[in-house]
Ligand binder design. Structure first.
Ligand SMILES: C[S@@+](CC[C@H](N)C(=O)[O-])C[C@H]1O[C@@H](n2cnc3c(N)ncnc32)[C@H](O)[C@@H]1O
Length: 253
């Protein structure tokens, strides 16, 4: 894998080891966001779901009427799980930044809650723009950071301490700029805020005691404005919940 290859290999192997957990995870299996991305792609004959994980978005695209769905992921175990779990979904092991498809190969592409793991988001958006036909759709979703640099740094620090495969949550403005620079017209953007239970959020990645201490240390010394921006709630034992933001964007090539 080119471009940050050690980092990408270690992310793929970390994810590959948890393919079954991703297949069974409620967060990944359902949600209004999943329905919305699938609806945006529903008119396509052929679509690719980039960084498919256990294939829930690929499966939702197939269920929404897309004839042929390619589930692409850097982790071979995820690809195998996705292809085995959903009808009319075929799997391809692929780096999101170097998609192994011909130009204009698909009518639609989706990528749900994965791009914060990619070292080069500009290369990723360019790769998607290359494989989507003119007039085709890109249905995109990822975690985003606030515009304020100190709050952005805080969010990305806690995310990286919790999960070393986290590269960066970017801002809404970054994503819109990269999409437009790659030739997409951004038709719709929505930012949804979700409250995360702190203990569950750490448990989802099986964070070690050392990683938990690192996250707690960051939450113990937040920058000005973090409590309000992330709606941090605290109890006797420390942080109980906080809010994270996700961008959903529909773009046309
Ligand atoms: C949180 S999961 C994705 C969830 C999935 N899209 C869904 O809707 O359920 C993140 C996925 O990104 C994949 N991934 C990380 N870096 C990648 C890269 N550079 N290229 C392709 N896949 C990558 C991981 O292997 C993992 O399966």
């Amino acid at each position: 894998m080119a471009g940050g290859s050690d980092r990408k290999r270690s992310a793929a192997s970390a994810f590959g080891a948890h393919a079954d957990a991703y297949r069974d995870s409620t967060v990944h299996r359902e949600g209004d966001d999943l329905d919305r991305l699938a609806a945006w792609c529903s008119g396509a004959d052929r679509a690719v779901d980039v960084a498919t994980g256990a294939g829930h978005t690929a499966g939702a695209l197939a269920a929404a009427g897309v004839d042929r769905v390619i589930a692409a992921d850097a982790a071979p175990e995820m690809v195998a799980t996705a292809a085995a779990s959903f009808p009319r979904v075929e799997g391809v092991v692929a780096d999101a930044e170097r998609l192994p498809f011909a130009d204009d190969a698909v009518d639609a592409a989706a990528c749900r809650i994965a791009a914060h793991h990619f070292p080069d988001p500009v290369a990723f958006v360019a790769a998607v723009a290359r494989v989507v036909k003119p007039g085709g759709t890109f249905a995109f979703e990822d975690n985003v950071a606030p515009e304020d640099p100190a709050l952005d740094e805080f969010l990305n620090t806690v995310e990286r301490r919790r999960d070393p495969t986290h590269v960066r949550s970017h801002t809404v403005a970054d994503w819109i700029g990269w999409l437009e620079d790659a030739g997409f017209t951004v038709e719709t953007t929505t930012v949804v805020t979700k409250t995360l239970d702190y203990t569950e959020w750490l448990g989802n990645v099986d964070a070690s005691a050392e990683r938990r201490r690192g996250v707690a240390a960051a939450f113990a010394d937040p920058p000005t404005g973090a409590a309000e921006a992330f709606s941090i709630t605290r109890g006797a034992d420390g942080v109980e919940s906080f809010a994270n933001m996700k961008l959903l964007a529909r773009a046309t090539r």
